[in-house]
Design a protein around this ligand. Structure first.
Ligand code: SF4
Length: 235
């Protein structure tokens, strides 16, 4: 592992941030992947990468089978805007069958254990396939999103998936994010206009009030410190 890469900070401005991101990517030996989950942050992270020179980049999404129709529409719109193909990773059919028999449509809300099982089958296992063989994983994570992300760094080493994790928006504010989307007329999920501030699966995401926390609409029946799906948990 290169400790020089881990010391890089990506500032919250597009021009300076893009130069810093390029310096990080130039040090990565191997394929780079961006996880695209239909959030404004992912669109901006993709905008960053579209300005970088990268030998091998895969943009992928985790198609959980529980996505909003608005996300499916944004998938196509984003592909057309950036002239790319976003690869879909699906959960294993047998696992989904067993999960649905056990939980029904709403069982993920009945306990943390059920919810983690659903997230593991629909998200974490497909993510491990998506990241297999990759040297770096670019995300749209921001430190200001939640208590579980407050110590986020621009570059981290993910022991779970054994690769560098690059977070170009780590120090961006919500205002900077949406100003950037507007300035460059980037595709935006229409769910934001309906009061959603964080986008996830249909059964586990709701719109929030203006005075509510950004992630208040995700797994709203759980305590804030539990609000991760397992994709970004350090082990
Ligand atoms: S967010 Fe909800 S529906 Fe989606 S994988 Fe997790 S528990 Fe299942």
């Amino acid at each position: 592992m290169s400790y020089e890469i881990l010391q890089q900070t990506i500032p919250p401005s597009f021009s300076q941030g893009q130069e810093s991101l390029q310096r990080v990517i130039d040090k990565i030996k191997g394929a780079v992947a961006l996880s695209f989950s239909y959030q404004a942050e992912d669109v901006v992270a993709l905008h960053f990468l579209s300005h970088c020179r990268i030998k091998s980049l895969e943009v992928f999404t985790l198609d959980t089978g529980k996505l909003f129709d608005e996300c499916l529409a944004l998938h196509q719109q984003t592909e057309e805007f950036f002239k790319i193909s976003i690869k879909r990773y699906l959960p294993k059919a047998d696992d989904v069958k067993g999960l649905e028999e056990r939980l029904g449509d709403w069982g993920m809300r009945e306990s943390l254990e059920n919810r983690h099982l659903c997230c593991h089958i629909r998200k974490v296992e497909p993510l491990s396939r998506a990241l297999s063989g990759k040297a770096a994983w670019v995300t749209g994570l921001r430190a200001a999103q939640s208590v579980t992300r407050s110590e986020l760094k621009s570059v981290e080493y993910d022991e779970k998936f054994n690769l560098f994790k690059i977070n170009p928006l780590a120090f961006w504010s919500e205002d900077e994010l949406f100003s950037h989307i507007k300035k460059y007329n980037l595709p935006l999920n229409p769910l934001y206009a309906q009061g959603f501030k964080s986008i996830g699966c249909r059964p586990c995401t709701r719109a929030v009030r203006e005075d509510e926390d950004i992630r208040a609409g995700r797994w709203w029946w759980e305590n804030p410190e539990h609000k991760e799906c397992g994709l970004h948990i350090k082990e």
